[in-house]
Design a protein around this ligand. Sequence first.
Ligand SMILES: Cc1cc2nc3c(=O)[nH]c(=O)nc-3n(C[C@H](O)[C@H](O)[C@H](O)COP(=O)(O)OP(=O)(O)OC[C@H]3O[C@@H](n4cnc5c(N)ncnc54)[C@H](O)[C@@H]3O)c2cc1C
Length: 485
Amino acid sequence: MTHDLAGIAGLEARLAKDLSLLEMPSKSWVPARTKDGQRVRDVIFVGAGMCGLTAAARLMLSGVDNIVLYDAAPEGFEGPWETFARMNTLRSPKTLAGPALGLPALTFRAWFEAQWGEKEFDALGKIPKGMWMDYLRWYRSALKLPVVNETRVTGVLDAGDDLIAVSLLDAEGPRTEYCRHLVLATGRSGLGGGAVPGFLEKVDRRFWAHSADEINFGSLQGKRVAVIGAGASAMDNAATALEAGAASVDMLIRRKDLPRVNKMTGISSQGVVHGMRHLPDAWKYRFNDYVNDQQVPPPHTSTLRVTKHPNARTFLGCPVEDVIEAGDHVIVKTPHADFEMDFVIAATGFRNDFTGRPEFASFSGQIKTWKDGVYEPSMGSAKPFMVDAPYLGDAYEFLEKDPGSCPMLARIHCFNDAAMLSHGKLSGDIPAISAGADRLMRGIVSEIFAADVEIHFAGLQAYDVPELQGDEWVDSTPSLMEAVK
Ligand SMILES: Cc1cc2nc3c(=O)[nH]c(=O)nc-3n(C[C@H](O)[C@H](O)[C@H](O)COP(=O)(O)OP(=O)(O)OC[C@H]3O[C@@H](n4cnc5c(N)ncnc54)[C@H](O)[C@@H]3O)c2cc1C
């Protein structure tokens, strides 16, 4: 493929023109506030992955520009794509508009075609994951999004005056910044971490990893590896181990068959995107419960990437019951057999229970979740990551478990995967991320405007730039008076 860098300059000019045609970004309109001599940020984002970038862009285009995104990762390495994503390509089709916010020049396709042309786009299969990361890097730079990398949010406190104090840690040390709204764009493990089966927690870490951990696959050369799970991550980790020269990889799968149909993708529509939020809670739960029971199949190519290896085996109906250390290896116990293994990878998903998220400890206990009076057994089965999920308001804001106990929750927005049960899939995956960013923007904009209503009213009263000078007309009333005399 020929790489045309001039094409990117042209695309950026086109983007600038489109923005100007749409009068974007809107003028900056949020009144400035200070605290302890510091300018208060209108919004701080925790996380600058795809969701943080898209939501921040949406806010900036709406004139909320005193914002910042903090990300613990080094620049250009936010999110899973160049870290723990071990697939070769995205599952999503290449044509998705994703984070483009309704602007054609911001799409992946426009970015790709600007560099390699339409023919190459037609020839492209799925998007290589590194290329997707490159697109996100461009998105950030084309929109000049204010991301600060290598900075971790370590704590969050109510600072009074409707402000939130955010503790930050970077190479210079700790510091505090204040904001009016905080957006948790913290990704898949946004409110918890990897869901690790209890039987692994007692086992020495040198024998196992969660699929989202950093794993030294080189060290698995010649080793016997077990992968627990049957989702996309299970396949991608198994394939990576095989490609790194593992002696064998055994997929240990609880189900008697692999899920084959991607149910939610099958019914995707603008109805689902915009309508799910407004369904009764019981229906929201029912959709999610069904999808989780059916499960999402691993992608076709990821599955073949594993099964083409003669030293890969798939064991169905084979739940792991225990893992026991045995000197330099472990015994993985299943109802059918005990497997001797050198390493186990748990591709067992994520939790929503805030464990592993000390930065949110000051408020996590106050959040209303689905198990706090919303979930009823008639809705479906009580899956931990569903009943633990936050029960969110219309702007993705957390609600208080006990009203009045933690008012700042109304200004902390959960814009990550954990919002799925309350809002549908608008804050995690690529397809509907622009709709999610739009919903979040509308909520934050309305709240900030309402909070400053007195300032805006005073501004209305004080505004005195005349449109008419007074010399554009003559009052004929005096002549009328003359006529009736
Ligand atoms: C392996 C994998 C493959 C996927 N493939 C697809 C796909 O093909 N199609 C699709 O639609 N979706 C896919 N997804 C789902 C989704 O698109 C991605 O998870 C995407 O990265 C979500 O973006 P995000 O911004 O929510 O989270 P992330 O991209 O994970 O970004 C979160 C960011 O928050 C930062 N962060 C977290 N806590 C802190 C803190 N305390 N301080 C500072 N920074 C912090 C992290 O460093 C990280 O960069 C995939 C997900 C995974 C895990």
